[in-house]
Design a protein around this ligand. Sequence first.
Ligand code: 3PY
Ligand code: MG
Length: 253
Amino acid sequence: MVNKLKEKLQSGEVVVGPFVGLNCPDLVEIMGIVGFDFCVIDTEHGPMNPESIQHLIRAAELSGMTPVVRVTEASPTNILRVLDVGAKAIHVPQVNDVQTAQMVAKASRYYPEGMRGAAVPRALEYGLKPLKEALEEANRDTMVIVHCENVEGLSRLEEIASVSGIDMIFVGPYDLSQSLGIPGQIMHPDMREAVGRALSIIKGAGKPAGIFVTSVEEAVQRIQEGFNYIAYSLDSLIFGLACKEQLAKIKES
Ligand code: 3PY
Ligand code: MG
């Protein structure tokens, strides 16, 4: 199966998709039907494991959305388990040095590009496809996205961004603001400076830049700044805010 997210980014398109924290395949399907390009199924926060996320991955695939999964941490085992159930891209939080970036890149691809554990999981069509072709396709399609969300990582971002096999850098503004000592103050001058620095390093390395936003206005601003991959809010927040707004309108009338 081709990774449409990768193709869109390669052709210069801006892509948008929500984080998914709820274990609800129907909701993922709805998000695909409305036209989001990808969704980031989140195992860093919340209760999900590879068994629950594979149903969400199926819902994303069926509705035309690329399934991306955020792993709990930079660990080859976690990366392997989510890739094996069908993630087309992985987000790895807190990648703060070049060695971690290299390990993540190697854990995500089969030989010769890496050392991803070999088996015949769902991602390789349960071994029902010629193995050589399946392995080459997996190496070609899988995207590796590492988070820049810590001052330590930001100070080494040039090196991290130049690691071969890292396809994109994702700025995590909430953790970054925390590490700068200004938690949640996304538009604080120190955050503006840090995000701007990250963006120029990522662009300098010729890679797409991703960021998390929580409003339409913020999404538009980030696109104007030059970000290509917009992780738009979170399923529970999108649903909760829509309910709140609609209920308030009914009560006011
Ligand atoms: C952050 O803002 O820290 C994130 O990881 C967003 O997803
Ligand atoms: Mg984070």
